[in-house]
Design a protein around this ligand. Structure first.
Ligand code: FES
Length: 111
């Protein structure tokens, strides 16, 4: 990352982007950019509803820690997703959020 330059976050499929303070997690980053991600457990690495797919800049995110690794593995998405509430940004990142289908007779099915 360039010295003194804030990381740029881009959120798909919304095509929303903006600069975020280094070290901010992706859940908070999205909120600051006006994109609401589900976060049923309140950011405690327990629910996976904040799951995202990193399209570019995986190397610019904080390393995965045990709590995140365990919950992603339990959900069967360890090698494809990160938890937005746990991944902190240190450089430019492009990620895709799930588009959940919520309804009376549906469950969370986003991927
Ligand atoms: S908000 Fe629940 S795991 Fe991120």
């Amino acid at each position: 990352m360039r010295a003194g330059v804030m990381p740029k976050i881009t959120i798909l499929p919304d095509a929303v982007s903006g600069e975020i303070k280094t070290g901010t997690n992706l859940l908070k980053s999205a909120e600051m950019l006006g994109v609401e991600l589900l976060h049923s457990c309140g950011g405690m690495a327990a629910c996976t509803t904040c799951r995202i797919v990193v399209k570019q800049g995986n190397e610019n995110l904080s390393r995965i820690k045990l709590a995140e690794e365990e919950v992603l593995a339990e959900a069967g998405i360890l090698h494809s997703h990160r938890l937005a509430c746990q991944a902190r940004v240190f450089g430019d990142v492009i990620f895709e959020r799930p588009v959940w289908t919520l309804g009376r007779d549906s469950s969370l099915t986003g991927d």
